[in-house]
Write a protein that binds this ligand. Structure first.
Ligand code: 5RP
Length: 221
């Protein structure tokens, strides 16, 4: 079963002084989801924003908010992010000892549950929670910053995650260094949700994000 291709602009590369405007613009220009990067300066070496900003952005669009929690611990904050308006909540496998509990917490709040794997973490770590997942996020760079180079060794992991998913209704997302020149290999390996920051927000054409998003879609294999 082929999963639909989705473009999820990462607002890490948006204009932080006017995030509402940038979120409205990418959605108007054809984004499928909006990817929100939540960083705590502890799990990753960068700090972004928390539930109040998610709640403020929620007023700007009904688009799916795909919330990537790069925080540890994550469990104490899951409910706050759910209340703020996240639709998909993704926690890192590496962020805590009780992944199954975290995923159950997310689903019990009526949200879709995702798990993210850092480049060094094997796909086998999530075999036993596969039926508790709505999304797998394979990090294709080390999390923390936009504009990094895609790590080719992650391609094997995308293929492994795709095989693990099989016919289950689970989205397979990739994040980091996703651009027209890397879309072909990641989609061929099975990815269907493309998170991109610099390849969208850094590539507007006359103020429109439509051309860079179309360039990503055109690279699908
Ligand atoms: O999660 C992230 C970093 O941790 C970002 O979503 C990701 O790096 C996107 O940036 P770019 O497309 O510029 O690589």
């Amino acid at each position: 079963m082929k999963r639909p291709l989705r473009i999820a602009p990462s607002i890490l590369s948006a204009d932080f002084s006017d995030l509402g405007q940038d979120v409205r613009a990418v959605v108007a220009d054809g984004a499928d989801w909006v990817h929100l990067d939540i960083m705590d300066g502890h799990f990753v070496p960068n700090i972004t924003f928390g539930p109040p900003v998610v709640k403020a952005l929620r007023r700007h669009t009904d688009a799916v908010f795909d919330c990537h929690l790069m925080i540890a611990p994550a469990d104490p904050y899951i409910e706050a992010f759910a209340d703020a308006g996240c639709d998909i909540i993704t926690v890192h496998q590496e962020a805590g000892p009780h992944l199954h509990r975290s995923l159950q917490t997310i689903r019990n709040l009526g949200k879709k549950a995702g798990v993210a794997l850092n480049p060094a973490t094997p796909v086998s770590m999530i075999e036993h929670v596969i039926d508790d997942l709505d999304l797998i996020l394979i990090m294709t760079v080390n999390p923390g910053f936009g504009g990094q180079k895609f790590i080719p060794a992650t391609l094997d992991k995308i293929e492994q995650a795709n095989a693990l998913i099989g016919d289950r209704p689970i989205d397979l997302e990739v994040d980091g260094g996703i651009a027209p020149d890397t879309v072909g290999t990641v989609t061929k390996a099975g990815a269907n949700v493309l998170v991109a920051g610099s390849a969208i927000f850094g590539k507007a054409v006359e103020g429109s994000y439509r051309p860079p998003m179309e360039a990503l879609r055109a690279g699908e294999q």
